[in-house]
Design a protein around this ligand. Structure first.
Ligand SMILES: C[S@@+](CC[C@H](N)C(=O)[O-])C[C@H]1O[C@@H](n2cnc3c(N)ncnc32)[C@H](O)[C@@H]1O
Length: 227
């Protein structure tokens, strides 16, 4: 944790948010780190370290510069979000856009989703995700897709889509257009969990999506035709 990135973030926060807010953020960050460490310890996995995209080799996508660095989501928060979706999980796929080391996939595997899919453009992160899945839940129906999310075509099944602030505007817009095209081709039930929703306005302005729940750290949508 004590690398240059952490020091830079600390400096930035002190300058822009002051000492008190920086301290409360640091305590929250530590609590999340401990939660992630316990999660990894229990499963024997490796999901808890932050990696910047410029340190990763093998990403060939033109959208590399629009990606957000690898930062794992928080297991308890993911569980809370999934439990807001009252459907028969057995009939739904769970698709993590920007699946990195597989933290959200491993949490989704606690639920009986028909299939779990992780899409990421980093071969290094996907290799770690594959090893994590092999250790924690080798018998679940999990597919890792090495692809730019903007090029990924959804399977024609009901699904819960998961986004943990994975990329910037240009890619997110392409992904949303691809979801719209997929719904036109194969009308079905789709939910979208947007966790740390930095680009919420892009979701809000799409007529095919209805905002169901919004809180500071997430927004939950469902495709309007299913309501
Ligand atoms: C914030 S992390 C996602 C965290 C993860 N979903 C979780 O729940 O713990 C962002 C991930 O998105 C991936 N990513 C960024 N841009 C991408 C793109 N255009 N296509 C596919 N993956 C992308 C990065 O490689 C990184 O693994």
């Amino acid at each position: 944790m004590g690398d240059q990135l952490t020091i830079d973030r600390l400096r930035y926060s002190l300058r822009h948010h002051g000492a008190l807010k920086t301290l409360s953020r640091a305590i929250l960050g530590l609590a999340h780190w401990i939660e992630g460490a316990v999660f990894d310890y229990r499963l024997g996995t490796d999901t808890n370290t932050i990696v910047t995209l410029d340190r990763l080799k093998g990403i060939v996508s033109k959208n590399r510069r629009y990606g957000v660095r690898y930062q794992p989501s928080h297991p308890r928060a993911i569980r809370r979000l999934i439990s807001k979706i009252a459907v028969r999980y057995q009939e739904y796929a769970f698709i993590d856009f920007g699946s990195e080391k597989g933290r959200a996939i491993l949490v989704a595997a606690e639920y009986p989703f028909q299939k779990i899919i992780g899409v990421d453009f980093s071969p290094e992160l996907q290799a770690i995700a594959a090893a994590n899945i092999g250790r924690a839940c080798p018998h679940r129906n999990i597919e890792l897709v090495l692809s730019d999310a903007a090029d990924y075509v959804l399977p024609d099944v009901p699904a819960v889509l998961f986004f943990f602030n994975p990329f910037h505007h240009a890619v997110m817009e392409d992904v949303l257009q691809s979801i719209k095209a997929s719904l036109e081709r194969a009308p079905r039930d789709l939910w979208a969990i947007y966790y740390n929703p930095m680009l919420r306005y892009l979701f809000d302005e799409k007529p095919f999506l209805k905002l169901l729940v919004q809180q500071e750290h997430f927004a939950l949508y469902r495709n309007r035709a299913s309501l």
